[in-house]
Design a protein around this ligand. Structure first.
Ligand SMILES: *Cc1c(COP(=O)(O)O)cnc(C)c1O
Length: 245
């Protein structure tokens, strides 16, 4: 077995156990294998081991990789920061976008989503307190959800968050609980938000305990990433990833 195959079976087992401890069905949790800064070969190895959902953070890196893997039946998730003037390849190429944090971006994705493609599944990224991270403030989420609900070709699926870096699982848990609570409040206000994208390699079990339906796992599947990409001059992929991420 390759490392990737082994890592995948180990994270699947951990997902299953975390779901079980939370009284949830493991089928409710989708593993998004974060393949940013990993070569297409690594995606292929994970695919051979049965993985279908992949996450990318940099458009410029993702598009050629996706082209080279066109024959695979993959589901692509965009999980990086979005520049409002660089939305077209995201609208055209991805199945999910986890990082909507302003109406302008949502509007452009709706306009640019090809008419022949199914609706683009989108999540609102919520910033629960780290000013360096992207995301709407919790009190602005309802307004953005209402705006997205009126747009064609987008399917609003839920909320996403990234807790501040460097927290232990217990501290991260409080952020996951807050996102789940916000989702419940918004559902009580009439929105349908079945998905919660939260949890990364270091804290996904806590996220599953709090209700995550999409966990974004990079290093626990692929191992360490290559050095961060240089910030690109055209702004596609903003290079804001740090070694700690
Ligand atoms: C890189 C990244 C991940 C994966 O992080 P790991 O700690 O390697 O699992 C998840 N979510 C986002 C938004 C990322 O940028």
């Amino acid at each position: 077995m390759t490392d990737i195959t082994e890592h995948l079976s180990s994270v699947r087992e951990r997902v299953r156990k975390a779901a079980e401890r939370a009284g949830r069905n493991a089928d409710e949790v989708t593993i998004v294998a974060v393949s940013k800064q990993q070569p297409a070969d690594a995606v292929q190895a994970a695919y051979r081991a049965g993985q279908r959902h992949f996450g990318e953070s940099y458009v410029q890196e993702a598009v050629p990789k996706m082209d080279s893997l066109r024959e695979l039946d993959t589901v692509w998730h965009f999980i990086g920061r979005i520049q409002a003037n660089k939305t077209r390849p995201i609208a055209e190429r991805f199945h999910w976008v986890h990082t909507i944090d302003r109406e302008r971006v949502a509007r452009r994705l709706a306009e640019q989503r090809p008419f022949y493609a199914p609706p683009l599944n989108v999540l609102i990224q919520v910033n629960l307190g780290d000013p360096r991270k992207a995301g709407v403030a919790p009190e602005e989420a309802a307004e953005l959800a209402a705006a997205i609900a009126h747009l064609p070709r987008l399917a609003l699926r839920g909320l996403m968050t990234i807790p501040p870096a460097g927290l232990d699982e217990r501290a991260a848990s409080t952020y996951f609980a807050r996102l789940a609570k916000l989702r419940d409040d918004l559902e009580n206000a009439g929105f349908s938000l079945p998905d919660l994208s939260m949890g990364m390699s270091d804290d996904f079990e806590a996220a599953i305990a709090a209700g995550a339906t999409l966990v974004r796992l990079g290093t626990s599947i692929f191992g360490r990433r290559a050095a961060r990409p240089e910030p690109s001059p055209d702004g596609l992929g903003d290079g804001r990833l740090t070694a700690a991420e």
